[in-house]
Design a protein. Sequence first.
Length: 206
Amino acid sequence: MSHFLQIHPVNPQPRLIGQAVERLSAGEVIVYPTDSSYALGCRLGDKAAAERIRHIRQTDRHHNFTLVCRDLSEIATYAKVDNRRYRLLKAATPGPFTFILQATHEVPRRLQHPRRKTIGIRVPDNVIARALLAELGEPIMSCTLILPGDDWPLYDPEEIEERLGSDVDLIIDGGPGQREPTTVIDLTGDAPELIRPGLGDASPFL
């Protein structure tokens, strides 16, 4: 059975944040809240944990993970960002957006799109997620918590525990989440391209 932590959504308890980060650092798979739906997450570059997440989602090895970052400066470590793209990112972060960018050499090759060498990046506007990222000191490798056969991501911590209690190591209850995933915008071309509509309003960027 997974461990279940109730963390305050406005004033996260530092002790509980520390416990969650210890589990991440030890290679465990967690469920945590974001500013859109709940997400599955593990430590960056942890191959075994990533395979467990793929098994839960029933995706193949080509499934693209997102690097959830704490701020813009961290994004620049893992993605190539020029002045134009930086201005777009600054206007939309933190928020419920995932941006597709060219990956730097800091991103493990197996996490990049095999042909385009891209990576999904986001900075969530969620107090618990940002506390985890600050304590961890590096991005969380993540994907939306939507299970095979479902049309929408899971957003109720109690339902998440019922359905995933034996498949993940830690579930963080940060209150009800959103039912929609992030809006995905591709910034690798000359103009932004909407890949997936979601919770974020992409109209100012397109």
